[in-house]
Unconditional design. Structure first.
Length: 343
């Protein structure tokens, strides 16, 4: 079960430049594309005639022609062409259209009440629009529920065990973890002062000797149902954060089904901008850290759990789980509110 009155990332805006994009989101098949005026549009990816995916058809002038029998649909889902017989269009020849907006170079889709689809409620990812920062994007298809991914990102202590070659530091293990909540937004902040830099963070300080004390931070913001922004950085010990090597990373988890997730990530930095070696180091971290270390672990957890809800299994909870538990409770309460509104 998924929230309907919520924004989900449907893809990168560049994915629909001249092409249709088919993607299952919240167990709903959608086709995303650009209208003739360049504005993005999204339809249920199913022709009402024989239920063929519209994404297997042809896009021309902002109209999709079904590849099976040629019915044509505009961006509002209205059938505007029938090549058969006298051309009469059946009254039921309609496809559901979904609100879709382009913001922060990303595509955002809404499955709930269209009147509530307010783009201003999309959390701030404006750092992705900043041309003065270096940016490295990536995507993974993960065979695990999006809430398991959320748990993983809201508890960054796992980096010391799953990613030691990138992020091990005694200072991180001994750091101060603080969880706060403002409305439905959860902050999970880790402050690690006066210690040696982790291997990946050390790359942010030119000529770092591997021993000099530094301050490091990893601050995660979560907004429902699955939108996360990570603020990480490092400075010489005692110096203001503004003087350090700082990055924001968008971690956006779009549920595909109950047991699979589209994982979009985009790293944006203020250090070594334009440095191809740094770009490759970050891309390598994304490929290995997310794809070869996190992904198989989460998929193994999903396989071990099957389709049983995590909390119903009564897992042992540690202090490091505080933020993840809060996020799960918020999602549950929002789902219950939506279900109650239907009655």
């Amino acid at each position: 079960m998924f929230l309907r009155n919520a924004w989900y990332m449907a893809g990168w805006a560049r994915e629909i430049d001249g092409a249709m994009l088919a993607r299952r989101i919240a167990d709903t098949p959608v086709v995303v594309y650009r209208r003739e005026d360049g504005q993005p549009a999204a339809l249920h990816d199913r022709c009402p005639h024989r239920f063929a995916p519209l994404s297997r058809g042809r896009l021309e002038g902002g109209v999709i022609e079904c590849g099976y029998h040629g019915l044509r649909f505009d961006a509002g889902g209205k059938c505007v062409g029938n090549p058969h017989g006298d051309g009469r269009i059946p009254q039921a020849a309609q496809v559901q259209a979904f609100p879709l907006v382009e913001k922060y170079t990303l595509l955002w889709i809404w499955f709930g009440d269209p009147a509530r689809a307010d783009p201003s409620t999309i959390p701030d990812f404006s750092f992705l629009d900043d041309p003065g920062r270096g940016r490295v994007d990536g995507y993974l298809h993960v065979q695990a529920n999006y809430l398991l991914e959320t748990d993983n990102l809201l508890d960054l202590s796992h980096t010391q065990f799953v990613h030691p070659n990138f992020h091990f530091s005694e200072a991180i293990l001994q750091g101060r973890h603080e969880v706060t909540q403002a409305g439905d937004t959860v902050h999970s902040n880790l402050w690690c002062p006066n210690g040696a830099a982790s291997p990946m963070f050390a790359k942010r300080i030119p000529g770092y000797d591997g021993r000099s004390p530094v301050d490091q931070w990893m601050d995660m913001r979560w907004d429902p149902p699955c939108l996360l922004r990570l603020d990480t950085g490092i400075t010489p010990a005692g110096r203001p954060r503004e003087e350090g090597g700082q990055s924001f990373t968008a971690h956006i988890l779009t549920p595909e089904t109950e047991t699979s997730t589209h994982y979009f990530f985009a790293h944006s930095r203020n250090f070594r901008v334009g440095d191809a070696d740094m770009d490759e180091a970050i891309a390598h971290w994304q490929r290995v850290g997310f794809g070869e270390q996190d992904k198989p672990m989460l998929e193994a957890v999903q396989q071990a759990m099957g389709t049983t809800d995590l909390m119903s299994l009564k897992p042992v909870l540690l202090p490091i789980d505080t933020a993840a538990v809060r996020a799960r409770r918020i999602v549950r309460h929002l789902l219950e509110a939506e279900e109650g509104a239907k009655r």
